[in-house]
Design a protein around this ligand. Structure first.
Ligand code: PLP
Length: 423
């Protein structure tokens, strides 16, 4: 059985010095109780904790490590770049190269702006939509997550105080009332909000695949109907692809579902493990991003060479080897089927959702859920399942609605071991 002595000690210290008890997954650990595991090493799909225990990893750093931890080509590229400098604070060729590659891989975009996280990418996309349309309101979906700056989005409008260059033409600060919330997969809800706020809505932002609700797929026609409504009402459609981008396949949700977005946001995979986000769109919309506004964009470390080389190397690898996506999809299906059988036979889990290379195991009878319900939806079964799996060397997300992010470094032996452990 695994021992967690060092992890326990570190947890005590973390609670002493770090508000909220450290970054994820410790934050999410609350829902399962016990001591979170502190990791000191990761290679491929194997994590090693500070007590020397090993685990098969189903978090993949919450998504980014699609080819596994310490992917040799990425590590080599980072090492070589670090020799030059960690940051120049000046333009680099790498930023252009990664933008070019993203334009190449993703349909309907020809301008990409690099930022530091998925949160920042979503914030920026909202600002662009407001700057472009001259409208303030936008629609988001209950349960879809667009980053920890949601407080800006929801409570204060998008970047109320720092929105573009102050007093730029066509730009006014947002307010709390600017955020309208619709039910995911319910187009009638969206239509009603659009009718009630005619001519005032800048954008609809959606996770095309609702990964943050536990891998809920869009119902047939939902994205198409959103597209049609947005076109009719002059509303921009933003796909938040921070989670789904470069996971579903090269072209992301637009290609996967055959629906065009006006703006797309990225994070996670595009950083190759470094903090990188990006937002992208066509010239016509992205032209509002400029040094004189209406949408001003800058970041001290945005586009820094270490982050860029990591992201660029990983994206190139995916671009040149599209079979990785197929292999990953096969492995995800294999795990999905295996867990579904084992857990339904035991009557332990309620259902298992799958989208792309992610799955979510539900232990309660919930379907489309809001984030708050989701955060408290773990019943007694889930913490038990989580801890038993951990003891058996399987590292899962510590709340039942979170997606398991699979990595292509998972072998079928590892998947079998996981299915066996769930028995
Ligand atoms: N958007 C989606 C769909 C996400 O899943 C996340 C993070 O999980 C974000 C935005 C925020 O990205 P980050 O955590 O890089 O700020």
């Amino acid at each position: 059985m695994h021992q967690y002595k060092r992890s326990s000690e570190l947890f005590t210290e973390a609670n002493k010095y770090i508000p909220g008890g450290v970054n994820s997954p410790v934050r999410a650990f609350k829902s399962v109780g016990g001591t979170p595991v502190f990791i000191k090493k990761a290679k491929g799909s194997i994590l090693t904790d500070v007590d020397g225990n090993e685990y098969i990893d189903y978090i993949s750093s919450w998504g980014p490590m699609i080819l596994g931890h310490a992917y040799p080509k990425v590590i080599d590229a980072i090492k070589a770049k670090v020799e030059d400098s960690t940051s120049f604070g000046a333009p680099t060729e790498l930023e252009i190269e990664i933008a070019k590659l993203i334009v190449d891989m993703v349909p309907n975009i020809n301008k990409v702006r690099m930022v530091n996280s998925g949160t920042e990418a979503c914030m920026s996309a909202i600002r662009v939509a407001r700057g472009y349309t001259g409208r303030n309101k936008f629609i988001k979906f209950e349960g879809c997550y667009h980053g920890h700056a949601d407080s800006f989005l929801i409570k204060a409008g998008s970047g109320a105080s720092t929105f573009g260059v102050p007093n730029s033409p066509g730009v006014t600060p947002g307010t709390a009332n600017d955020t309208l919330t619709a039910k995911y997969n319910n187009i009638e809800d969206v239509k009603q909000l659009a009718a009630e706020n005619k001519g005032e809505i800048a954008a609809v932002i959606v996770e095309a695949i609702a990964g943050n609700m536990g891998c809920v797929l869009p119902k047939k026609g939902f994205l198409e109907d959103l597209r049609e409504l947005c076109d009719k009402e002059g509303i921009l459609l933003i796909f938040d692809e921070v989670m789904s981008g470069f996971r579903l396949g090269k072209g992301g949700a637009q290609e996967y579902f055959g629906v065009k977005a006006d703006l797309v946001t990225f994070g996670k995979v595009i950083g190759g493990g470094m903090p990188v986000g990006a937002y992208a769109g066509p010239d016509e919309i992205m032209k509002v991003v400029s040094p004189v506004g209406p949408v001003y964009q800058a970041g001290t470390l945005s586009g820094n060479p270490i982050a860029m080389i990591a992201g660029l190397t990983l994206l190139k690898e995916l671009n040149e080897n599209p079979h990785y996506f197929t292999e990953l999809a096969d492995k995800t299906e294999y795990l999905h089927k295996g867990l579904d059988k084992v857990l339904s036979e035991s009557g332990f889990a309620y259902k298992i959702n799958r989208c792309g290379s992610m799955i979510s195991v539900f232990f309660t009878d919930i379907d489309v859920i809001d984030f708050e319900t989701a955060a408290t939806a773990n019943n007694d079964k889930f913490p038990k399942f989580f801890h038993e799996m951990l003891k058996r060397g399987i590292y899962l997300p510590p709340s039942s609605f979170e997606s398991y992010f699979l990595s292509n470094s998972l072998t079928y032996e590892m998947l079998d071991k996981t299915i066996q452990a769930a028995k």
